[in-house]
Design a protein around this ligand. Sequence first.
Ligand code: GLN
Length: 500
Amino acid sequence: MSSPVETTAQNLAADVRSGARSARAVLEEHLVVIESRDDEVHAFNLVLADEARASADAVDARVANGEDPGPLAGVPVALKDNLCTRGVPTTCSSRILEGWRPPYDATVVERLVAAGAVVVGKTNLDEFAMGSSTENSAFGATHNPLDLTKVPGGSSGGSAAAVAAGFAPLALGSDTGGSIRQPAALCGVVGVKPTYGAVSRYGLVAFASSLDQIGPFSRTVADSALVLEVIGGHDRRDSTSIHEPAPDLRSVLDRGVEGLRIGIIEELSGDGLEGIAGDVRARLHEAAAALEAAGATVATTSVPSTVYGLSAYYVVAPAEASSNLARYDGVRFGLRVDAPTSGDMHAATRTAGFGDEVKRRIMLGTYALSAGYYDAYYGKSQKVRTLLADDFARAYEEFDLLLSPTAPTTAFPIGEKTADPMTMYLNDVCTIPSNLAGHPSMSVPFGVGDDGMPIGVQVLAPATGEPTMFRAAAVLEASAPPGHPAVGGSVTGPTGGATA
Ligand code: GLN
């Protein structure tokens, strides 16, 4: 059985590149774990075993030929099912895309494959990435692999669960208001939302275009750094893509935080905000102390308009969604429910194809954009974004990085919040501000709560501040208290310590 570090993507790739292990053997090991547990976890909408075998064999053939397949050689990777894969169903966990096979790969998929990665499957999500628990899927909920009675978070819950369960060392998700960071926190893995424009969104099914970003899940900070180096950088097919190469992140990981100024966001750190659990606050303050012990200056600071983030987001995101989702009309994609007139056909298709949460967002968004209400809702929310950007700019004059919890609580029981959308929305209170500002932030596992389930600490940085953010993340990872035994500390192989 392999030792803990060998299960990281970096070490797997090193082994495959050197010929010490074959990509095929690495893949088969992971497929066994998927086979043994995905019935109960339901991380995947689709496992691509045959396709993965073919790509693993192709990687091995290149190694045999003396070629270098790339920095992710033979590393199994799981893709959120809102990332387009050529010829392979891409459902967004919605019935409305039934039968649709994209004619192209997302840029991130192309780049992963070009780096030698092996796509093992498409992961479950809240329909069209709308949700915080992966319960809003047309194909049923994903369960947290660390406690099957709990949610994995969402909307990228399938990707987070896949990494936590040892189905793949890497996964990609999308983050519009927290959908990478919150499930990463609830599953005890690392999750990163990059700077807006840092990673191409070509081939990501759009939810709210001014907020969406693609990013990695991994067990270690270094693995997420590696993925961002591979998928980041300019892409002419995404007009919002930054005209810069991907930053070098792995080379800064050992620089430490000596001399960095780090601010704990007062409004999100608990005392001022209802609903941040005591154990989450405790871990946050321990994380701050660890950064201080490593040489950073830490102080509490106010970023006042973060408290309006949630309200602004739930106008902006539904407004953009109502526009983005207009294209699912029964003609261009997937499902069609026939009816006598085209108008009736659109209505019948959308009625049958969309789930309740998606319908709620479309109605909220359409209302917010309607004549007479536009200024009061959408216009006002855009003003909040400006306020938030100004507040962050002020905070970053004094601090290099900011700190907050990732999620208000540890993973909650399946079914607990489905009846009350407002309670569900509150999960995103700490993660949304970075999306509204376009800034990077990431969740790093930092111990467990009173229930033994993982807690994540969120590191926030200004735009393109990923290198500094990763330095702090590496220090937090090194100083974190023991995590959940299946993902933190005592991992013994791809099956994970506790369940092996
Ligand atoms: N949970 C938030 C929502 O429901 C964020 C989703 C996301 O980031 N995709 O909108």
